[in-house]
Design a protein around this ligand. Sequence first.
Ligand SMILES: *[C@@H]1O[C@H](CO)[C@@H](O)[C@H](O)[C@H]1NC(C)=O
Ligand SMILES: *[C@@H]1O[C@H](CO)[C@@H](O)[C@H](O)[C@H]1NC(C)=O
Ligand SMILES: *[C@@H]1O[C@H](CO)[C@@H](O)[C@H](O)[C@H]1NC(C)=O
Ligand SMILES: *[C@@H]1O[C@H](CO)[C@@H](O)[C@H](O)[C@H]1NC(C)=O
Ligand SMILES: *[C@@H]1O[C@H](CO)[C@@H](O)[C@H](O)[C@H]1NC(C)=O
Ligand SMILES: *[C@@H]1O[C@H](CO)[C@@H](O)[C@H](O)[C@H]1NC(C)=O
Ligand SMILES: *[C@@H]1O[C@H](CO)[C@@H](O)[C@H](O)[C@H]1NC(C)=O
Length: 913
Amino acid sequence: MDFVHMMSSIIVSICFFIFYCFSFSLQSTDYMLKSNETDQLALLQFKAKVTHDPLEVLSSWNYSRHFCQWKGVTCSPRHQRVTALPTVNQFVGQIPETLSELKMMRYISFGGNKLSGEIPFSIYNLSSLNCFSFLYNQLQGSLPSDLGFTLPNLEVLNVADNQFVGPIPASISNTSNLMKLAIGGNGFSGKVPSLENLHKLQRVRLSLNHLGNGEKDDLEFVNSLVNASGLELLEISSNNFGGMLPEAVGNLSTQLKILEVDNNQLFGNIPSGLRNLVNLELLYLEDNQFTGRIPGSIGDLQKLQTFRLEGNKFWGEIPSSIGNLTLLITLNFAENMLEGSIPSSLGKCQNLILLDLSNNNLTGTIPTEVIGLSSLSIYLDLSQNQLTGPLPSNFGILKNLGAIDISENKLSGQIPSSIGSCIRLEQLVMKGNFLQENIPSSLSSLRGIENLDLSRNNLSGRIPKYLENFPFLQNLNLSFNHFEGEVPIKGVFSNSSAISLDGNDNLCGGISELHLSTCSIKESKQSRSRSLKLIIPIVTGILLVTGMSCLIITSWGSKSKRELATPPSASLASVLRVSYENLFKATDGFSLENLIAAGSFGSVYKGVLNHDDHETLVAVKVLNLQHRGASKSFMAECQALRSIRHRNLVKIITSCASVDFQGNDFEALVYEFMVNGSLEEWLHPNREAPRNLNLLQRLNIAVDVASALDYLHHYCETPIVHCDLKPSNVLLDSELIAHVGDFGLAKFLPEATNNLSSNQSSSVGVKGTVGYAAPEYGMGSEVSTSGDVYSFGILLLETFTGKRPTNEMFTGNLTLHNFVKGALPERLAEIVDPALLVEREEGETSEANAHKQFTRSFSVKECLVSVLEIGVTCSSELPRERMSMEEVAAQLLSFRNKLVKNVRGQPATYVTA
Ligand SMILES: *[C@@H]1O[C@H](CO)[C@@H](O)[C@H](O)[C@H]1NC(C)=O
Ligand SMILES: *[C@@H]1O[C@H](CO)[C@@H](O)[C@H](O)[C@H]1NC(C)=O
Ligand SMILES: *[C@@H]1O[C@H](CO)[C@@H](O)[C@H](O)[C@H]1NC(C)=O
Ligand SMILES: *[C@@H]1O[C@H](CO)[C@@H](O)[C@H](O)[C@H]1NC(C)=O
Ligand SMILES: *[C@@H]1O[C@H](CO)[C@@H](O)[C@H](O)[C@H]1NC(C)=O
Ligand SMILES: *[C@@H]1O[C@H](CO)[C@@H](O)[C@H](O)[C@H]1NC(C)=O
Ligand SMILES: *[C@@H]1O[C@H](CO)[C@@H](O)[C@H](O)[C@H]1NC(C)=O
């Protein structure tokens, strides 16, 4: 079973339907009425040739219905002749010659099956074909040399990801209506013929073949594309192309969004005309032999999101105009010969999630502006340069960053204690510098760390004992420093192959395998732990008295770029005082048109608040004070939201307790408005507003929600339990960043436990929502963080299966949890949300890219299995079997990072909704 195959076949068929519906109205030719029995016969012969049909699509191909009603078959309404064959299945078998009997066929779209053998030549005689698509099969052979003459009406030729060999037929130039030429991921070879008559070409995908001969004129065909005025995509990566990138690249259509020429043998400078391609979003030049300077005019490509030129021979300084590329998400200049200092203008690229300048000859200090890029989340690699001076002290802003590598430079000074705020770090590599003094104690908060390499520096002091408690630490290298004193023995220190301590002066103790001397003076551990026990209750007591505020100063103080991009609500909150009248006006008198949600506790309205010269889009939640508990819920929510700040929690702008025009009490909360509504609306879209989230978007949302819960559970002095997590309470902003909302049922944990101990008999009264509330709550259990973990587990399963826990299919013993658990890992495709398989833009992330994805270590399939397994564990019946949100957040983030690392071109889809 092959999930990616199925995915692509669904993609293809959906694409086909859209295409078909669109073009059908144009179809006016009167077809000769011929016996349509030949069509039926041809279809049945096809059925007979298919040896394996796991989804049993072909069982509907029987005499009980007219063949035009068989699955995957489309007929012309008038003549009842087959015009199209898309498939959604995993057919195994060969293509029968008789398929060519379907003379009226205009679309063959057999993507994503396991069809093998050669395509019978008679099929190439179906001259009416517009769409010839066999992507993702196991087909062999070569394309006939006269293809362009026998199929002159082709608009789509897609044979990507098969095993075709031989040349691209020169006759292709006769298919003057061709819009899409996709042959990536095969064994095509030879020179690419001229494409000069193909003025309608929009997409050309030739990557991953053996095209070109490593010779100067290999890219001549690029010149022939200058009149394809709608060209959006040109992909020629991973071939044998030699020569220079022709100047005519600059004469290609300004519509061009994607240009991938990486992994060839290209040399010479970047053509100056490249600056004309002002709509370019993605530019891959890496792993060639390009030389020269990076032209300053690159700053003209202001739509660029992904820019990779690693593994070339570029020299000279990085132009400061790079700062003009403010939409950049990924920038990789590694492994060149770049020199000079890192331009501080990079600080303007506030969407960067990955920055790699490693392996160059860069000098000077690391600009504070670069460390200030709070968007960085995948990795920051400045290793193997000649960077000097102390590290900037503003590392604390990199809260979402997974990896930092600044090794093999000449950096000096202390490790800034602010690194302790980079709580998502998994890799921290600083080896081979001149860093000195102690490891700052703040590093104790980096509990997600897997690899910590501080070797070959000038660090001193004791080895921090807290490293024993880092659950994911697999490699700790402190060798060649001046550490002294006792080596801990637990955690990572219990495994001698996970730690390197060579070349330190005065270490003692540790496990026996290390062969260190025993330490002379031992600290009394007992007395220390006793005093801790005394302190904790006192501290907690004080916090309770002072109103249980959540004292996460670091996170409070930081403003990520994305937060800044939204209305300046933090400052707004302090100045904005709103009256009933203001809110009445903002919501057009709480009009029905502005009503966006209604529940027992109240109604939510969309509104526009005017203050000074600004207008701010807000959501106003008006409490229904007639409802018992509403006021209490108002208090809970106010308290929770006022005292906490996290990028993945909805931000409250202000609250209003007032009287309405009739003199009744009025209470309302005003939040930031989330333009993209709730996760619920995305997972279960209605027909009027169809929409879909792709895999990465869903995973990002899962990471966001997990971070929010992790924060509530573990980073607040007083843990907060949300108690009502579900997709409708997860709101999405304009960038699809998730914000957990609705704290109406939230509980501060000590309060909850106190209540319980003072009155054991009363149930806590938290019910949450059916399907999402932990089973133990139904049995009167106390509120706990593991209850939220359960709800999160369900939410995760729903996000990736598209099935609500309350779906009618779940009866008796079959629950969403069991449904997923029983199918993993083999039957993944049966449980995963079909909509997830429909990538936007007809699966442009698949085809050649997905091929790359296959061959990499962490595939889409593995990712889905891993994520769903977390969902299953979290939604375990027994609370003790669930994970902690800390662990969940760390794991999801690492899946996300692995996925992004492995999906090339992914950043382009990362931003598109
Ligand atoms: C024939 O096809 C119909 C659907 O078109 C299906 O319900 C039925 O089970 C099929 N019969 C057989 C014998 O497969
Ligand atoms: C294709 O059609 C031509 C002309 O109709 C015919 O001569 C030829 O034999 C056909 N080729 C195949 C493989 O059917
Ligand atoms: C492009 O079109 C122009 C004007 O029609 C023509 O002169 C030129 O030869 C064409 N170039 C190519 C490569 O098709
Ligand atoms: C490309 O465009 C430039 C002007 O920008 C023009 O001088 C040149 O002749 C064009 N080259 C081709 C091959 O069309
Ligand atoms: C190493 O640190 C010590 C002080 O901790 C300092 O005296 C010495 O100069 C440093 N060596 C280098 C090479 O920076
Ligand atoms: C630890 O660091 C030293 C010096 O950088 C290196 O030689 C050694 O291989 C590292 N040990 C491990 C286990 O990676
Ligand atoms: C010890 O550490 C090594 C290196 O990280 C790892 O491969 C191995 O699995 C660890 N052994 C145990 C028992 O954890």
